[in-house]
Design a protein around this ligand. Structure first.
Ligand code: ATP
Length: 288
C-alpha cells in the first residue's frame, strides 16, 4: 500500500478529501499511519480492512475504494454523499463514526469505527428470532440513532439489518449512508412522508438518486427486497401482542399514517425503555 500521495485524480473526481473531522482534531493521517490486517468484508465498490493506528494502537475499520472503479461505475456522487453525511453525524454512538478520509494514487480511504460483531442480519440469521428483550434493546438503539440523524437533517433511506452493524459490546452502529438525503437546514427534521418515501425499485443501487429537491425526498432509492407493496404478511402463533400492534402501525402503505418516532417511543412495546445517553450505557441483553 505504499502509493505516493497524489492529488491529480482528486481534481479529476471533484472529490473533496480529507474530511473536516480530521482537520478539527488537528490530525491528518495517511495510509502509512496504519497497519492493515484482515479483510472484514467486501461491498460492490469497496473492501473493508481491519487496521491499527501505528501510533495509538487503536483499531479501526478502513474502507478502501478504488478510484478507477468508482469512475467507471459512475459512483462519485455516492462516495461524496457518504462522506458528507458521516461528517454531519459525528456526535452519536449509534452511527458509525468517520475519523479520517484520505487518498493516494489509486484509492480513497474512509477510517471508520470498528464494528467487530458484524451485521444485525448475521446475528438474526444465527439466532432465528429475537426475544422481546433483545428486540426492544436493538429497536430502541436504532430508534435513538434515527432520531439523532433526523435532528441533523439526514434521511438514511436504506435502513435494513445489513446496514445495522454491531460493535464488540453488541451496541448498534448504523452505516451505509451512500443513498442518504441531506436536508439543507439540519435543524428542520424530515416529515414522516419524506422519511417514508424510501420505496425501492428493483434496479436501485447507491447513486441512482435523481431528485434534487432538498425539502422532500421523493426519489426512489433503497433495497427492493424490503419494498412494501402488498402488505402481505402474517404473525406466527404466540407472537407478543404489543409487538404485533407496533408492527401493524408501522407497516402502513401511506407514509403519512405511519407512527412518528415520538409515537413509537411511547408505544406499549417500549414501556419502561430508556432512551438517550443512558441507553448507550446499558449492557446488551444476552442472545438466546
Ligand atoms: P454494497 O456497497 O454492495 O451495498 P456494503 O454497503 O455492505 O455493500 P461496505 O460498506 O463497503 O459495503 O461494507 C462491506 C462489508 O464490510 C460489510 O458487509 C460489512 O460486513 C463490513 N464492514 C463495513 N463497515 C464495517 C465496519 N465499520 N466495521 C466492521 N465491518 C465493516
Amino acid at each position: 500500500l505504499a502509493f505516493p500521495p497524489s492529488r491529480s485524480l482528486e481534481v479529476q473526481f471533484g472529490l473533496t478529501f480529507p474530511c473536516p473531522t480530521a482537520a478539527r482534531i488537528g490530525k491528518t493521517e495517511g495510509v502509512r499511519d496504519f497497519s492493515f490486517g484482515r479483510v472484514l468484508g467486501e461491498g460492490s465498490y469497496s473492501t473493508v480492512y481491519l487496521a491499527t493506528d501505528r501510533q495509538t494502537l487503536k483499531e479501526y475499520a478502513i474502507k478502501v475504494l478504488e478510484k478507477r472503479h468508482i469512475i467507471k461505475e459512475k459512483k462519485i456522487k455516492y462516495v461524496n454523499i457518504e462522506k458528507d453525511t458521516l461528517n454531519r453525524l459525528t456526535e452519536h454512538p449509534g452511527i458509525v463514526r468517520l475519523y479520517y478520509t484520505f487518498q493516494d494514487e489509486n484509492s480513497l480511504y474512509y477510517v471508520l469505527d470498528l464494528c467487530n460483531s458484524g451485521e444485525l442480519l448475521g446475528v438474526l440469521k444465527k439466532t432465528g428470532t429475537f426475544d422481546v428483550e433483545c428486540a426492544r434493546f436493538f429497536g430502541a438503539q436504532i430508534l435513538d440513532s434515527i432520531e439523532y440523524m433526523h435532528s441533523r437533517g439526514v434521511i438514511h433511506r436504506d435502513l435494513k439489518p445489513e446496514n445495522v452493524l454491531l460493535d464488540d459490546s453488541m451496541h448498534v452502529k448504523i452505516t451505509d449512508f451512500g443513498t442518504a438525503r441531506l436536508l439543507t437546514d439540519p435543524r428542520a427534521p424530515p416529515t414522516a412522508a419524506g422519511a417514508g418515501a424510501a420505496a425501492a425499485r428493483p434496479d436501485d443501487r447507491p447513486g441512482r438518486d435523481k431528485q434534487q429537491d432538498d425539502t422532500r425526498a421523493e426519489s426512489f432509492v433503497g433495497t427492493a427486497e424490503y419494498k412494501i407493496v402488498e402488505l402481505d404478511y402474517g404473525f406466527p402463533p404466540g407472537f407478543p401482542p404489543a409487538a404485533q400492534d407496533l408492527i401493524e402501525r408501522l407497516l402502513v402503505l401511506d407514509p403519512e399514517r405511519r407512527l412518528t418516532i415520538e409515537h413509537i417511543k411511547n408505544h406499549e412495546f417500549f414501556d419502561g425503555q430508556t432512551f438517550g445517553k443512558q441507553l448507550w450505557r446499558m449492557k446488551a441483553p444476552r442472545l438466546r
